[in-house]
Write a protein that binds this ligand. Structure first.
Ligand code: BMA
Length: 401
């Protein structure tokens, strides 16, 4: 199934046949009305400085505009699973490793939906979805930004996101054997995000970041496992289905690659300006030592310069959608490496990956300091930089108003 869309320049009230429909208070100037139909997608033209969803709720439009406005003020610091657990603790009300170290929360909170699609009560990293919803609501009430990633299982084989079985993407496109199944999976996402509401019953805006690192080949949607056209179709189907069929209007859509060599490589699978709100990439440092540090600073500077130039040209929001140096083997990494790589670029936010801590497999995984960790003092210096923004500074901006 796909979609048939009509464009109109006036505010539209689509049939209200579902109880949990989002509020229709987006600006609605150029609304997209879509019906179930054969398998073509009719893009809704992008409008400068508006989300791609022309029925986006008021709060979602405000978030979009404020993310752009804040580019002038500085870069927001974000952390994956920040409120759920840290190194040596789990689900302690109000706790955060970033807060333990700096006295303030991050400004951006990442959460992960993997395994929601298989009706699990907990995500692939064992975070209960109910708990996640509570934490998202608390982050929103505090004035923070929320972003969701989705390491969804392989819908063809039932194995993990890391199972790159050939033909998976093709199988879930309209006309494919697994398209119905994929729609059911998308229903779980729609239901989840429509259950996120603030105190006035308004939907909580979310930056949704599906199919991340799509120029790598470790996930089933990766570069070696589908053509650019297939990925484009998957992206458009996903956005259309959530936005137009399920009428989810509290999402901004983030497109992101892994490291990239050129702008051409970055854009090879970009679905077009009608389908993307935020443009980003993920980057990790793996090698230690002076030379590796210098290389990382230079890589980060080159990719961020390219990202900002592409996003500016396309009028999108640039962000470093994931980063990290596992277990932080360098005490001054924050000021001597990371800050040097990002400070001259106008990007919206940077999202440090999760502090999983000591894992069952005897490995340690964390990307931001915790209390007493060796790079904590250096992180405080980074925190004190005028242009790094944490929760208190962003709360003042009232980004949803
Ligand atoms: C990876 C690691 C894994 C985790 C996955 C999804 O980078 O952190 O431990 O399961 O992300 O969050």
């Amino acid at each position: 199934m796909s979609l048939f869309c009509l464009l109109t320049t006036s505010t539209i009230n689509p049939p209200l046949n579902e109880e949990r429909l989002p509020l229709r208070e987006g600006n609605g100037k150029m609304a997209n009305l879509c019906f179930s139909a054969p398998d073509k997608f009719f893009p809704v033209p992008a409008v400068d400085d508006m989300p791609i969803d022309h029925l986006a709720t008021k709060e979602t439009v405000n978030l979009y505009k404020n993310l752009k406005k804040l580019l002038k003020k500085g870069v927001m610091f974000g952390h994956q699973d920040d409120l759920a657990y840290g190194v040596g603790w789990k689900y302690e009300a109000g706790r955060s490793d970033i807060k333990d170290v700096t006295g303030d929360y991050p400004a951006v909170y990442g959460f992960e939906l993997g395994h929601l699609e298989i009706d699990s009560q907990i995500n692939l990293d064992s975070v209960p979805f109910n708990k996640m919803k509570e934490l998202i609501r608390s982050a929103y009430e505090r004035g923070g930004v929320i972003t969701l990633s989705w390491h969804l299982n392989n819908p063809l084989t039932g194995k993990s996101a890391w199972d790159p079985a050939p033909g998976t993407v093709k199988s879930i496109l309209p006309g494919g054997d697994k398209n119905d199944k994929y729609q059911v999976w998308l229903n779980t996402v729609a239901e989840f995000v429509l259950d996120l509401k603030g105190s006035r019953n308004e939907y909580i805006p979310i930056i949704f970041r599906p199919f991340h690192e799509l120029n790598g080949s470790w996930f089933w949607w990766g570069k070696n496992h589908c053509t650019p056209e297939e990925l484009n179709q998957l992206w458009k189907f996903t956005v259309s289905y959530l936005r137009d069929t399920k009428r989810v209007h509290n999402l901004l859509y983030a497109f992101n690659t892994d490291r990239f060599a050129t702008k051409e490589e970055y854009l090879e699978r970009y679905p077009g300006n009608e389908w993307v709100d935020v443009m980003g990439f993920d980057i990790y440092q793996r090698a230690t030592g002076e030379q590796a540090n210098a290389q990382f600073v230079s890589d980060l500077n080159r990719m961020l310069a390219d990202l900002v130039s592409m996003a500016t040209e396309k009028k999108k929001i640039p962000a470093l959608t994931e980063f990290g140096f596992n277990a932080l083997p360098d005490n001054t990494w924050w000021t001597k490496v990371f800050w040097k790589g990002i400070q001259s670029h106008k990007i919206s936010y940077v999202l440090g990956w999760r502090n999983a801590g000591f894992k069952a497999n005897n490995r340690t995984e964390y990307y931001v300091p915790y209390k007493g960790e060796a790079s904590a003092a250096d992180f405080v210096k980074f925190f004190n930089e005028e242009k790094t923004l944490f929760q208190k500074e962003v709360t003042k901006e009232k980004i949803y108003k």
